[in-house]
Design a protein around this ligand. Structure first.
Ligand SMILES: [Zn+2]
Length: 614
């Protein structure tokens, strides 16, 4: 009896000792249940195998994407969600698939070229053997008129010598940096994470330059009889950066832009070709490319599922989690973003299997077309939350407590970005307190942008991306041929799923909805003292401003259509700001600023114009 009593007392003590400050006993029991459930029947390995290895790359509008959506829906049903269904976001988005290709240098001697086609480019007419011409920049185009027939064009100057590179290939965020981010009051300071999709600022700048009206560039090439385009990857070690063709919206069936066969090749092979040309030798390349376009409206769907809330009144309200299910085509989208989907799916499995009963409804959304300017989540927000063009609210606007997004690779969750929402910061500090000891509880005011939560955030729904360890994300896998299962860290994903499950359980059960930021209007402001005007673009559907004054929020500062162009007038506090426009989703430098005067902010934004407010 004595021993029994002792054991009982000891167990009781241990249970208490794992209760962290700010956490009640019920919370720590919930967390224990979550952890125990996570340890049996984890769904993470299978998700990565199915999505990345079996289904392969999941580009918008393709059969691979559709198969993945079907699989995810079945998986959610298996976990026991109350609903699991598709929602269409079709806007004539078409799919595109690579069937076959090859590239070799045949003169002055043989070299197999590490290459991959860029998305949405069309097939070559069989196998081509052609000489190569180097085009350093678009300006030299006019001098080449009439001289390009039957040639392969090498584009761009941004190939590097990596012989002095000390780039760290895989890393975690340091304790010190997390601490600084937690204390920093300015949401615009880029202390951790990314605002940018590209690996280097230089690459952004050169890409911006080359994007200048690429549609007419493709037309010029066709008229001139160019047979293929080749550009260098901005990654080292033969890794290929394989995304779209310069953000030209060729995924739209109506626009029907089909750029000529275009490839990215290893930076190192590009360098050799350029050096050969500089030595007076014209290399010859043999290549072929076979691609297909398809339009299947039934493939353009988000996957949605609900765990209905148990509280009669609160079940009307929602806590939403999401990740994008689509990917680029060069790898298998294992890290970007099968990893994020695997975590969110596992969080749902854990909640159901642990027997926890959230009071509010928990919803999971797996988005399509994130890589094509948020096609899936944009439609969802427009349909259910509010109109992103005019700010008119829709049914769910009042009822969404929060949206949580996971899309920064495989690295484990180290905390959360709060998008400058200082009211939510102390609440999250409490909710993350059980993870503080293991270094995963940082709450920062910093913004994280450029993934699906940004659309909810634009309407001032509390919407967040998690802080994640970078691991190989930017150095190796982001939109590259190496976005494959080898770089997925399943232990990290497992830890992340525990954090997500606990966090959404807490938000679903707290007394009130999460507090929203002081309101940012999405209606154009025409009453302020600083005027922004962009001439022309009569046929554009939307024009907005992105700047350091609006946290680079793509939807926060729209312009109104006025005579001769688009405009807004803002009340900005004294200071210097950098801005550019977004025209129908495309980041565009102010055409009034001469190209050589465009600026960079050192935080990943390029092609900027300065405005001084006195
Ligand atoms: Zn992503």
């Amino acid at each position: 009896m004595q021993t029994m009593k002792y054991i009982f007392f000891y167990t009781f003590l241990t249970a208490f000792s794992s209760v962290t400050f700010g956490q009640s006993l019920t919370d720590s029991i919930a967390l224990e249940k979550i952890k125990t459930t996570s340890n049996s029947n984890s769904s993470i390995s299978q998700a990565i195998r199915q999505l990345a290895d079996i289904n392969g790359p999941r580009l918008l509008g393709t059969l691979n994407y559709y198969n993945s959506a079907n699989w995810a829906k079945q998986e959610l049903k298996r976990f026991g969600t109350d609903t699991a269904y598709f929602e269409s976001f079709d806007k004539q988005y078409r799919g595109w698939t690579v069937k076959s290709f090859n590239m070799e240098m045949t003169k002055p001697n043989f070299m197999h070229i590490i290459a991959y086609p860029l998305a949405y480019t069309k097939s070559t007419k069989g196998t081509i053997v052609a000489p190569v011409t180097f085009l350093a920049n678009n300006d030299s185009l006019k001098y080449l008129k009439g001289k390009l027939k039957g040639k392969i064009l090498l584009l761009g100057q941004d190939f590097y010598s990596f012989n002095t590179s000390h780039q760290i290939l895989s890393d975690r965020v340091s304790k010190e940096l997390l601490q600084q981010a937690a204390e920093n009051p300015d949401p615009n300071d880029l202390m951790i994470g990314y605002h940018s999709r590209r690996s280097t600022n230089e690459a952004i700048a050169s890409q911006e330059q080359r994007r200048v009206d690429f549609k007419s560039f493709f037309q010029f090439c066709e008229q001139e009889g160019v047979v293929a385009l080749i550009e260098p990857s901005d990654y080292p070690y033969g890794i290929l950066h394989t995304d779209g063709n310069h953000n030209v919206p060729s995924y739209n069936k109506q626009k029907n832009i089909t750029p000529i066969a275009s490839f990215v090749i290893a930076n190192e092979h590009f360098g050799r070709l350029v050096r050969l040309i500089a030595s007076g030798i014209t290399p010859t390349i043999k290549l072929n490319l076979e691609t297909t376009f398809n339009y299947n409206p039934e493939y353009n769907i988000n996957v949605v599922a609900d765990i209905k809330g148990t509280d009669k009144e609160l079940s009307e309200q929602q806590v939403i989690i999401g990740a994008h299910l689509d990917s680029w085509h060069g790898g298998t989208g294992a890290v970007d973003n099968a990893a994020g989907c695997a975590v969110m799916l596992e969080a749902i499995r854990i909640l159901k299997a642990s027997g926890l009963r959230p009071k509010r409804t928990i919803k999971i959304c797996l988005w399509g077309g994130e890589e094509q300017v948020f096609a899936g989540s944009r439609a969802y927000v427009n349909n259910h939350v509010g109109n992103l063009d005019n700010g008119n609210k829709k049914k769910d606007f009042q009822n969404i407590s929060a949206y949580f997004n996971l899309d920064n690779g495989t690295g484990k969750i180290r905390g959360i970005y709060t998008q400058g929402n200082s009211k939510v910061k102390p609440i999250f500090e409490e909710y993350f307190s059980p993870f503080k000891a293991s270094g995963n509880g940082t709450v920062t005011l910093q913004n994280a942008n450029q993934t699906d939560h940004e659309l909810f955030d634009a309407l001032n729904i509390p919407a967040f991306q998690f802080i994640q360890d970078p691991l190989n994300y930017i150095s190796v896998v982001h939109h590259t041929t190496m976005d494959v299962a080898e770089y997925v860290n399943e232990n990290d994903l497992k830890e992340s799923a525990i954090i997500v499950a606990y966090l959404i359980y807490k938000v679903a059960n707290q007394e009130t909805l999460l507090p929203r930021r002081d309101f940012i209007s999405v209606l154009p402001n025409l009453a302020g003292s600083t005027t922004f005007f962009i001439e022309g673009f009569e046929n554009a559907k939307s024009v907005s401003l992105v700047s350091d004054f609006n946290n680079w929020n793509m939807f926060g500062t729209p312009l109104a259509k006025v005579k001769g162009g688009w405009s807004c007038k803002l009340d900005l506090s004294k200071g210097k700001y950098l801005y550019k426009y977004i025209i129908d989703g495309d980041w565009t430098a102010d055409p009034k600023t001469p190209k050589e005067k465009l600026l960079k902010d050192g935080k990943g934004h390029a092609g900027l114009t300065e405005v001084v407010v006195k």
